[in-house]
Ligand binder design. Sequence first.
Ligand code: SAH
Ligand code: SF4
Length: 321
Amino acid sequence: MNKKEILNALKEPFKSFDDELFKLADKTRFENVGDLVLLRGLIEFSNFCNKNCLYCGLRYENANCHRFRLNKEQIINYAKNAVELGLETVVLQSGEDFYYKEKDLIEIISEIKKLNIALALSVGERPIEEYLHFKEAGADRFLMRIETTDEKLYSKMHPKADFSKRKKTILKLKELGFELGTGSLVGLPEQSLNSIADDILFFKEVNADMVGVGPFIASPDTPLKNATDGSFELALKVVALTRIILPYANIPATTAMETIHPNGRILTLRSGANVVMPNIVDYEINKNYLLYSNKASNQFGVKETLNSIKDKIISINRIPK
Ligand code: SAH
Ligand code: SF4
């Protein structure tokens, strides 16, 4: 699909979840990555952040965020739990928290890799040499969303952050040999459909191995608290179009999709997605990792939530792995 076709698809008014676009994305998913739904244990290990992204509840100016950090032992134990739960990948995610020095993260990575599982990092922007050392320590993947390719909007949303640095970092991660995950927010205030089409082309340009997309969800205690949430249907179109232009990519049905729509995860899995990242940190800790409000949670237990996700996957004739 070229830009014009992508843009036309984005402009088309939403009719139903059985529309041609979603069907085509589902077919493309089936033909290229099959019926497996890859489960990745998400360990959100620190909500301290030295960035101030306007949309995010973890931004450093948010004094109402109850901050927590897991120590090395806790993080490694959660990875061990992941193995016990039958998961084959863990994702370590956090705010940009330099309390964890390079050597701390390397130690955590090395210990987790002894468990023979795949490891993805999503710890934000750090010095490039550190990424190299994380790779050498065994980290397999790195997730860093571009958020938006609209440079003007990017600078509005990210005080003092630099779009070209973000883009260079993403390209560098790929060059260092990480499996690259990127992605975007859909429905940021003043975001145009034209720039969303560019976001999709960006995923292709960097040849992303994984693409995480979700609607912007207004978060209390942020400058965007009164902004309108992004649309589930538009985010779903972005997922579908991403599948069509990157047929082999791993595409998660993100937590934001489940948060904004009661059946969001399943609808996303039926429109091109093939990955789910259940949170495996206990709810009492995890409830404070609040990027946005009403985050879909595991308050009825980690194992129980995982099992209920698996049941739902099976109910649409897919195979959780
Ligand atoms: N600090 C790291 C990783 C954690 S944030 C980073 O920023 O790269 C993970 C993702 O959460 C971000 O990439 C962003 O796209 C998403 N996010 C943050 N606030 C959000 C909100 N209000 N609505 C939807 N997604 C949000
Ligand atoms: Fe920090 Fe990531 Fe939130 Fe930005 S999106 S404030 S970098 S946690």
